[in-house]
Design a protein around this ligand. Structure first.
Ligand code: FAQ
Length: 312
């Protein structure tokens, strides 16, 4: 009975801290479910950054000129750094790197569905920058205000870098659409046709189907729902895409004067769940590439462990 009262009291104090806008720090008391939700989300986010290096990384050796190659290398390296910050943030909650990597490589962990699609042409690098980094920033600007200190601070740095990623993608699309050849314009439209729907899915299922949102919002981890962020992103990007002469691959797209929103047609959630469950176009290749990188890095981990033992 006394134990129950003390738990209720701790929970009330914890929720009051969140209501006052205070950050929760690693050693602070927190409900088990808060810790579980954060480990789930942050580790998935870390995996997304690391797997997310693969679709664009494939184009580094095919970049059309030195400037584009330097920018792309810097971007892909940034994503590795984001993975590091995020794995550290999850470690601050008690998750170990080994557990998290094991979950990823064994296929038990989720990561952003979008990275299971192939980058078929060079312009896909540009679309990943504009649409994928753009959608990621939209979500992460919200997470920069989340109640868990280490996650929110990691997000501030990550968002600054993702903004550069977004701009380099947009710069390429603008160039191809305003001064490109007819082939470049056609390639750009083809890329938009393939990336638009998967990008919309990145924000997660509709609010009515989103099982985690309620608890995440209660504890200030998320402050906006999946549908709210998706709609904000659509409203911001559609006018810019149309202004470049691009066609959105959605016959139902229209501006709703009453709500002030760009209204979209249905999203193919069957495809989303197929991809999330491991059966997307590139799931197997992505996990095989991460497993190879992990195995190739074994000698580095062994050398570090031997050095640590020798110097301790
Ligand atoms: N993909 O209840 P909800 C990036 C799962 S970073 C796969 O609505 P929640 C940088 C979800 O986990 C992109 N699975 O979930 C970059 C849950 O299953 P669970 C990653 C998804 O957590 C750019 C189930 O569906 N960003 O791109 C997805 O409230 C370019 C039910 O969903 C983050 O991870 C999905 N798209 O909302 C790198 C940000 N959506 O876990 C390289 C942090 C949902 O219960 C190149 N995460 N699921 O088994 C979040 O903000 C949230 O977790 C959401 C999902 C918004 C992703």
């Amino acid at each position: 009975m006394q134990e129950e009262t003390s738990h209720k009291q701790k929970l009330a104090e914890f929720e009051a801290r969140i209501a006052r806008g205070e950050k929760i720090e690693p050693g602070d008391w927190m409900p088990d479910e808060y810790r579980r939700q954060l480990i789930r989300m942050i580790s998935q986010h870390a995996h997304s950054e690391v797997v997310g290096m693969l679709p664009e990384g494939a184009w580094i050796t095919h970049a059309p000129n030195l400037r584009r190659k330097l920018v792309l290398m810097a971007k892909v390296q940034d994503e590795a750094g984001h993975g590091q910050y995020l794995y550290h943030a999850a470690e601050s909650l008690g998750a170990t790197r080994e557990e998290m990597l094991d979950a990823l490589l064994s296929g038990r962990a989720k990561y952003a569905s979008i990275f299971n699609y192939p980058t078929l042409t060079w312009v896909d690098v540009a679309w990943v920058g504009w649409l994928v980094d753009g959608a990621a920033i939209k979500n992460q600007m919200m997470l920069a205000h989340c109640s868990y200190g280490p996650y929110s601070r990691a997000m501030v740095r990550i968002c600054a870098e993702e903004t550069f990623h977004y701009k380099q993608g947009k710069e390429m699309i603008v160039q191809y659409m305003t001064s490109g050849t007819p082939e470049q314009k056609a390639m750009t439209q083809d890329g938009l046709n393939r990336w638009w729907q998967p990008m919309l899915m990145m924000f997660g299922p509709h609010d009515a189907e989103s099982k985690n949102t309620a608890v995440l919002m209660r504890w200030g981890i998320k402050t906006k729902s999946n549908d709210t962020l998706r709609q904000e992103f659509i409203n911001e990007e559609v006018p810019e895409l149309l202004a470049l002469g691009l066609t959105l691959p959605d016959p139902d797209l229209k501006f709703n004067e009453e709500t002030g929103n760009w209204q979209i047609g249905p999203i193919d959630w069957d495809e989303f769940w197929r991809v999330v469950k491991g059966n997307g176009p590139m799931n197997k290749e992505r996990l095989a590439a991460r497993t190879k990188a992990h195995n190739d890095g074994l000698w580095v981990r062994e050398a570090l462990a031997a050095y640590a033992e020798k110097t301790s």
